[in-house]
Design a binder for this molecule. Structure first.
Ligand code: HEC
Length: 148
C-alpha cells in the first residue's frame, strides 16, 4: 500500500515537473516553438557528439551531425518576418539583415556537412576540426542574431 502511494506521489511529482517545464518554455507557440525545439535538439546533439568523440565512435556521430546540417538548411524558413518578440529570443537584426542571417545558417550547414563527411570517412582529426567549426558557427550566429 505504502509502495503504491509512493509510486503515485512520484508519478504526480514527475508529471507536475514536466508540465512546469513545458510552461516555462511556453507562451512559445507555432513556428517559434518549433524552431526552439530544433535548437534544443542541436544542443543535445553537440553534447552527444562530444561523448562519442571521447569513446572514439565516429559512426555514431554521423546521424547527429546530419541532423544539425539538415536543420541549418531549413533554419531561415523558420524565421518569417514579425516572429520576434517575447518569448522568442530572436533579434530584430535578423530581419534587418536577412541575407547575413542566411549566410550564418549556411556557415553552420557547411561546417556540419564537413563533420558528416569526416565522421563517415573515419577521419577523427578532420572530424574534431569540423566539430569545433560547427560549434563556432552556432556561437557566431547567436552573437549577431540572438538576444540573451
Ligand atoms: C543562423 C543563426 C543560428 C545558428 C547557426 C544557430 N542558432 Fe541557435 N538560435 C538562433 C536564434 C535566432 C535563436 C532564438 C530563437 C527564438 O527564440 O525564437 C536560437 C536559439 C537557440 C537555443 C535556445 C532554444 C530555446 O529553446 O529557447 C539554443 C539551445 C541554441 N540556439 C543552440 C544552437 C546550437 C547548439 C547551434 C549549433 C549547432 C545553433 N544554435 C546554431 C540562431 C542560430
Amino acid at each position: 500500500m505504502t509502495l503504491r502511494k509512493t509510486a503515485l506521489a512520484t508519478a504526480l511529482a514527475l508529471s507536475c515537473g514536466f508540465s512546469m517545464l513545458a510552461y516555462a518554455h511556453s507562451g512559445a507557440t507555432g513556428i517559434v516553438k518549433e524552431r526552439m525545439d530544433f535548437f534544443t535538439q542541436n544542443k543535445d546533439d553537440l553534447k552527444a557528439i562530444k561523448t562519442h568523440f571521447r569513446n572514439g565512435d565516429l559512426d555514431a556521430i554521423v546521424p547527429l551531425a546530419t541532423q544539425i546540417r539538415d536543420w541549418a538548411e531549413k533554419m531561415p524558413a523558420y524565421f518569417p518576418a514579425g516572429s520576434d518578440g517575447k518569448p522568442s529570443e530572436a533579434s530584430p537584426q535578423i530581419w534587418l539583415d536577412f541575407s547575413g542571417f542566411e549566410r550564418a545558417a549556411n556557415a553552420n550547414y557547411q561546417a556540419a556537412n564537413q563533420l558528416v563527411i569526416a565522421a563517415k570517412a573515419g577521419d577523427s582529426k578532420a572530424a574534431i576540426n569540423a566539430f569545433k567549426a560547427t560549434a563556432a558557427t552556432c556561437k557566431s550566429c547567436h552573437k549577431s542574431y540572438k538576444l540573451d
